[in-house]
Ligand binder design. Sequence first.
Ligand code: OOG
Ligand code: NI
Length: 443
Amino acid sequence: MYGTEVPAYTTLVEVSEEVNRDFLSRRGDDAERLGSIDRVTAERHGAIRVGSPTELAQVARVFAAFGMHPVGFYDLRDASAASVPVVSTAFRPITGPELAENPFRVFTSMLTADDPRFFTPDQQQRLQEFLASRTLFPDGLLELADQATRDGGLEDGDAEQLLTLATAAFELSDEPVDHSWYRELEAVSAVAADIGGVATTHINHLTPRVLDIDELYRRMEARGITMIDEIQGPPAWEGPDVLLRQTSFRALSEERTFRFEDGTIGPGSLRVRFGEVEQRGIALTPAGRELYDQMLAEIDRRKAETGGTRMTIARAVWEENLPNTEAGMLERGLGYFTFDLAKHPADIGDTVHLRDLLADGIVTATPIVYEDFLPRSAAGIFQSNLTGEGSKDTAQEGVDYKQEVLSTIIGTPIFDAYDLYQAQVDDSLSRLENTLNTTILTD
Ligand code: OOG
Ligand code: NI
């Protein structure tokens, strides 16, 4: 569906597959260190935007039917200079085996229609009325979704029906867009217009995963597709990939039908949907993430001081601060790894240190891939695709959205990503303890 809606997406997928194939033949087995080529080829994240707590709660029911649960909280309202009035979470599978089977995530943003920094009281009221009058997810879809969640699946016919209804809910609508309302919201924020100015939600982008994003960037530019200025997130460097690197091409102008001020209906154009691609690396522990955030601050500081390019400065900062091997990251507790038995030890006591098992080659460590998002990159991706800065009245007090508030709206707790990564580590360690019949000490 999305490839039909946005043909440039198909190009992006083709180029991503080429890049992955070439990377695989260049690097051999090592290329699959962070995921099998089958998984990486199938892997995607999508982004959608909804308008209200009711709509967010409903979409959560749709995703739950597919084993996708809310993970993490992102407040993008303060993450960039531009006006981005949304708070977000990501729906995804939460266990290793589920992720291996279904490597999909959907970054889901909810408009903060009641935040006075963005909307006047009059606009808040009109927005809420507009949003309350539309139905994104029909009852039939929600009932089937709940049934699938409750029963752990559906009969074939019902499963087909669920897929048909769910896909349709994310399809671009051809209902005419109210021109003056859309433009009024756009003056506040292009994101607000994309959410509150149209009758339905839609997939904003669908992002394939590549194993070499620098190469992807070069090849897209060589095809004449202008990418945003910089790859977001970590720089290219010799050490292990961590977290997430992303880049995108600017939203293309798309024809839509508008209802104009004089009552006529006719064509006009919008720019909201873009193409994005990403490279994923090792998930960082809280300590690793703290170091990452410090490095970002240091990069900003040096950039302001010297005026060099961000990527050159970033690489230098990384080389100074981050261990350039997986073993180094593991030793300093910066990244998450699972542990597997490599060979049976001759004999082992009641307790044993993990570091000794690793040193003796009895156990090997495998990095856990980062499955989530980065607020600053997300804000950068939003921002690079806005037509204008929009407006934001920073003198006003913002509405205090936080993870608990979003959990209450959704009706189930939002998972903490660190807890999920740690659970994967702990599972692997308890499996080892059972196999080796010992207690493994990790400090
Ligand atoms: C979501 C932007 C965030 C990412 O990859 O960081 C995102 C949006 O544009 O709706 O998708
Ligand atoms: Ni994205």
